[in-house]
Design a protein around this ligand. Sequence first.
Ligand code: ADP
Ligand code: MG
Length: 233
Amino acid sequence: MATNQLIARVRSEGRTVLTEVESKEFLKAAGIGIVDTRLAASREEAISLSRQLGFPVVLKIASPDVVHKSDAGGVRLGLKTASEVGKAYDQILLAVRGKNPEARIQGVSVQKMARPGVEVIIGMSKDAQFGPVLMFGLGGILVEVLKDVSFRLVPLSRRDAAEMLREIKGYPLLEGYRGQEAVDISYLEELLLKVSNFVEQNPEIRELDLNPVFAYSDGAIAVDARVILEEVS
Ligand code: ADP
Ligand code: MG
């Protein structure tokens, strides 16, 4: 689906929050690397998509009313067989309906289990005064507990991108720590520039989160994404 059609559909449903599947579709169209992700509207479809993508897979709740999917019991990782996928589908729907009976549920997203990498996050929010600001940080507890993040105004210069990566305290983790492989720093710089560009080209985006992006020695890929649109006035 073309991006403008996608946005129009979200708007026509009176929504501003895009689901993971919609957010990834939007980002993919802009050339930003995401894990190939499909929407399954039923248990059977989840199983057949898993077979197509190849095991192991990940299932996640697809609902515009569930923003934090793990907290809602809506994420199952490393599913190795069709029967595991079927069970996970039922468990996810049960958990989400239990917590939020009103949630509109589109189904589940199905994606391949990405190989482990260094988890980083890239975000965008809008400052009332300065407009869009990009954030970069290391994923997981590093960002949640230590707030080890850097910020730059959009549009980013090449130099901004280089500085954003190097400014965080956790930078040594990207350079390879205790025998762990170094990540592809220049790829991450390009990714920050691409995201900056994407934000600049799409002023109707109010908030963006790639959380996490798995960074590798040979690239990086977002495994979760969230786009929130501006309210229409
Ligand atoms: P949410 O942030 O809404 O709780 P995520 O989609 O970020 O849900 O999934 C939770 C965690 O599961 C991620 O932080 C990541 O560590 C892991 N994860 C998600 N998708 C994948 C994937 N495709 N491959 C491997 N790990 C994943
Ligand atoms: Mg996430």
